[in-house]
Design a protein around this ligand. Structure first.
Ligand code: M6R
Length: 590
């Protein structure tokens, strides 16, 4: 995925766009670019790498030629088609330089369109460049920027959120299919962006665009349906995210800020209207076949929930990775129910899974953090995580919010909703103390483990998904190979990798400590270094982190020390935990 921001308003396009791109960097940080409408031509600057260090003065020296810059577009890229080069960075221009375009998504028929434009010389290897070139092609016959833009959109296949500017027009044009685009409005200033943090400093008044909608910002904002060019009246909504939530504040990285916020984010997750929860629970009770579906961390929350549904609700749920979901198509009927779990609500594999399910008449409940997301709009019912913006690419606070809501649903299914709420809230109240008691120890542990090449995590029952999630955290931010296992599985092969000093994190709950500690003994006898996490210390542990026992809510707390360990491992190894290599916050490619 990539990040887009466009601005039309006062003579401050550079600063708004630069700041917006910095706030969108979690969506991609291979390269960046800004284009502003000026006179006599569009001015443009691009760079490779992340935009974090670039200053307004540097951009101004490139773009500002003494003329007011009130209209501009910017882009931060996560490369798909074409390598990470300045030429491939957006914005892309038409051959005649009249229009400039930023795009997030994939144009699937770009080769076909390129063939149609065979007389035009392309400069980049991207799929995106066909958009400005096609726009130029249509402008030659249409003689009108907006009409040509509509003709262009109609020819695009695939996913796009696209914004275009024209040197000879004062309009900003935008459209979307499959990739997010939201408009911010503040009196006579307009913002168009992939996500709200891009402009949250300026306004919290937003309009979410639906797929198949396009529009223009000229003297005013107009939005149309692409299929019939009919104008649509859209509601302006107020978002309750605040600027502090979208900024690092005193913290060096978003990851540590978001780990520290978890008492509050879990508390907010519990602030669901009972009527909404009961509606969802009713749908679950009625369903014949429940599928919990997600990717990455969100999938781990589903795995954890499957234990809760078994232990608390005595209800069978299927857990399926979104990318594998279509293989279960034959089991779907119009009485099935899908619970789609996603922070962003934009993950392509999950959106595809939802489409497969909907085609079979399956009802969709989503758990999402981003209010206007595609997934939320595709769902029959939706529960918001209320975690606030999660900016770090690596998901932390959102995971514990997902765990909390899914656990609440399990208690609700068993008609014990209030008991569930109390348990989760009391676990949440322990987060700060848990961090305070263990922070220095974990920093020391990270120093000790930082040069290891491999690490293993084991857990049983509810601690097993915590092992999976812990391994993912360590891998993605520190680049140390880490694998999570069910305690019983390590000995079926992977134990062959244990040698002198190999770190193994064992996650014990009171119900599983006997068996997991005996696994730890087996590992230790082969030289493993045991890091025990749980409510009771055992002599086999070389290093111990105490986590209080909150029964079914244990996963909410157990993951916190591992999140911290992953963070400090990244810091020790000079990796930027907020922007891990090769990753992007939401994965909108298949
Ligand atoms: O936005 P989603 O929850 O759908 O994202 C799913 C995964 O891409 C995401 O959880 C990913 O695994 C994170 N980088 C994990 O920290």
């Amino acid at each position: 995925m990539c990040g887009i921001i466009a601005y039309k308003g006062k003579d401050k396009a550079i600063s708004v766009i630069l700041e917006g791109l910095k706030n969108l960097e979690y969506r991609g940080y291979d390269s960046w670019g800004i284009a502003c409408k000026s006179n006599p031509s569009i001015v443009l600057t691009k760079g490779v790498g992340n935009i974090g260090e670039v200053t307004e003065e540097e951009i101004k020296s490139e773009l500002y030629k003494g003329k007011p810059l009130t209209i501009g577009i910017g882009h931060t890229r996560w490369a798909t088609h074409g390598g990470v080069t300045k030429e491939n960075a957006h914005p892309h221009q038409s051959e005649n330089h009249r229009v400039a375009v930023v795009h997030n998504g994939i144009i699937e028929n770009f080769e076909e369109l390129k063939a149609k434009l065979k007389n035009i010389k392309f400069k980049s290897e991207t799929d995106t460049e066909v958009i400005p070139q096609l726009l130029q092609y249509h402008m030659e016959s249409r003689k009108d920027f907006e009409k040509a833009f509509v003709d262009t959109l109609k020819e695009l296949q695939g996913n796009y959120a696209v914004v275009a500017i024209d040197q000879q027009s004062d309009k900003v044009l935008f459209g979307k299919v499959g990739s997010p685009l939201v408009i911010g409005k503040k009196e006579d200033e307009y913002f168009v962006a992939s996500d709200i943090p891009a402009f949250l400093k300026h306004t919290n008044q937003v309009i979410y665009l639906e797929d198949g909608e396009y529009g223009s910002i000229g003297d005013s904002l107009k939005i149309y349906k692409l299929s019939n060019n009919q104008i649509i009246n859209k509601d302006v909504q107020t978002v309750d995210w605040n600027l502090e939530q979208a900024q690092k504040g005193e913290y060096p990285h978003f990851m540590i800020k978001e780990i520290m916020e978890q008492r509050d984010s879990i508390t907010r997750a519990l602030e669901q209207k009972n009527s909404n929860l009961l509606k969802v629970i009713e749908m679950m009770k009625k369903a014949k076949g429940i599928f919990l579906v997600g990717c990455g961390t969100s999938f781990h929350a589903c795995v954890s929930a499957s234990y809760n549904f078994s232990h608390i609700a005595k209800a069978h749920v299927n857990i399926v990775l979104a990318s594998e979901f279509r293989n279960y198509e034959e089991f779907l009927t119009d009485e099935s129910l899908m619970i789609a779990v996603s922070q962003s609500g934009e993950t392509a594999d999950l959106i595809d899974a939802v489409k497969v399910a909907k085609a079979k008449g399956v009802k969709i409940i989503s758990l999402v953090n981003v209010m206007g997301s595609t997934l939320k709009r595709m769902s029959d019912e939706s529960l918001l995580m209320n975690a606030g913006p999660e900016i770090c690419v690596c998901s932390t606070k959102n995971y514990t919010s997902q765990l909390a809501i899914l656990l609440l649903l399990a208690y609700g299914f068993a008609d014990r909703l209030e008991e569930g709420k109390e348990l989760i809230q009391s676990a949440a109240n322990k987060v700060e103390e848990l961090i305070k008691n263990n922070l220095d120890k974990i920093k020391d542990l990270a120093k000790k483990l930082k040069d290891n090449k491999n690490m293993f995590l084991i857990g049983r029952d509810l601690a097993y998904p915590s092992a999976l999630e812990g391994a993912l955290k360590i891998k993605e931010v520190s680049y140390i190979h880490a694998e999570g296992f069910a305690g019983g599985e390590l000995k079926h092969g992977t134990i062959a990798l244990i040698e002198e000093g190999t770190p193994v994190i064992t996650l014990a709950t009171p119900e599983t400590e006997q068996l997991i500690n005996s696994n730890a003994i087996e590992i230790k006898s082969r030289g493993g270094y045991i890091i025990g996490i749980g409510s009771k210390k055992h002599e086999v542990y070389d290093f111990y982190i105490e986590v209080p026992n909150f029964k079914q809510a244990n996963p909410l707390l157990m993951i916190v020390p591992i999140q911290l360990l992953a963070y400090y491992l990244a810091v020790e190894r000079n990796c930027n935990p907020d922007k891990p290599r090769n990753l992007a916050k939401s994965v909108t490619v298949r």
